[in-house]
Design a binder for this molecule. Sequence first.
Ligand SMILES: Cc1cc2nc3c(=O)[nH]c(=O)nc-3n(C[C@H](O)[C@H](O)[C@H](O)COP(=O)(O)OP(=O)(O)OC[C@H]3O[C@@H](n4cnc5c(N)ncnc54)[C@H](O)[C@@H]3O)c2cc1C
Length: 237
Amino acid sequence: MRTLGRGHHRINVSTDYVDAGGEHLWVDVLRATLKHGLAPRAWTDHLQLTVGGTLSNAGIGGQAFRHGPQIANVHELDVVTGTGEMGTCSRDRRNDLFFAALGGLGQFGIITRPRIALESAPKQVRWVRLAYSDVVAFIRDQELLISKHAREAGFDYVEGQVQLNRTLTKGPKSTPFFSEADINRLAGLASETGSGAIYFIEAAMYYDETTAPSVNQKLGMVLAQLSFVPGFVFTKM
Ligand SMILES: Cc1cc2nc3c(=O)[nH]c(=O)nc-3n(C[C@H](O)[C@H](O)[C@H](O)COP(=O)(O)OP(=O)(O)OC[C@H]3O[C@@H](n4cnc5c(N)ncnc54)[C@H](O)[C@@H]3O)c2cc1C
């Protein structure tokens, strides 16, 4: 859908929303909004995807436990239906078309312009990975971190993944997050488990100049509730 609009659509940033073309890439929407200190509330991991493409699916990422998927963060849409009709829809206006087009796999119309909700872009972030060898502890901690209580006082972003011993050490690195020494420690941990698998919680805590003095204390309080393998916490600023 990259040719939609033939280059005529613009990304227009307002105070709490951005209008984009269905063909724009999320990474370009982010670049445009960051110039105003703003960012969409919900993301996918990979940003080289079109806005219309993920809004036709769901758009799930580490912020979904707070804000819902991307389709829950849209104010209105311009849609071209299968009969060639073009119109604007929202929760209050032609809402059958609005809710059908969002997550509709392109079956109910082509999204040409979504109006996407924005929030203040995080200024700084503590980025954390926690390693687990026990899947039950891993899932229990994920559920804790996305629970209502933790949403009020915990991370702003939470995801998880499973990694096999051989995928840690062989093939292209999926992330520059870990140093060589970290990878070797993690591979050692994975080789001790019967399955050769370990699990990661990936999380982020946002902060700014005002909250900077207390962010380490807040992070420490959240980590103290979790059951990752002792010593297997990795943090980046
Ligand atoms: C590397 C990679 C990482 C991903 N990561 C995530 C992730 O973290 N979270 C997540 O939720 N999803 C993720 N996805 C899945 C992604 O949401 C879907 O593949 C989505 O369709 C991608 O959009 P696209 O721009 O590639 O769409 P396309 O491949 O161009 O289109 C996919 C389908 O979406 C529909 N469509 C596309 N544009 C429009 C439009 N403007 N109006 C109506 N229908 C349209 C069409 O039915 C089309 O067949 C990932 C995909 C990839 C390739």
